[in-house]
Design a protein around this ligand. Sequence first.
Ligand code: CO
Length: 155
Amino acid sequence: MAIRDIVKDGEPLLRKKSRPVDKFDGKLHALLDDMLETMRMADGVGIAAPQVGILRQAVICELAAPEGEEGEILEMINPVILKKSGKQIGTEGCLSVPGKRCEVLRPARITVRFQDRNGEEITRDFEDFNAVVASHEIDHLSGVLFYDKEVKSKK
Ligand code: CO
């Protein structure tokens, strides 16, 4: 595994659309392993392939775990959001946008269909914090950054 450089906001690549993954091979596995190591090093809870300069539809999320348990690391390849419901507003940041945090509007629950690193199809529901992380990372695959969805609080 290796730590890769994180692409920072301002680089045009972050605003591009990622292409689907079509080969579930050693190269993909190495990319995912590197993404995880890079995410851990940067102390993040999610990372998308474009953040390490690869325009492919692959993300990693560290999901919230019940008290005392370790968070689950979930890899999602070619994710598609099938359903969204409810609303939540929370503070977000991003490894590619250091120093910026803001309030973002997200669905409370989402259902995502994706593939694992071997190409196996999976459908899974996410809610609360996990719905935030999953939709934040999936947004990266269409070039959307969290502050595009900033909620300006009225005073
Ligand atoms: Co991000």
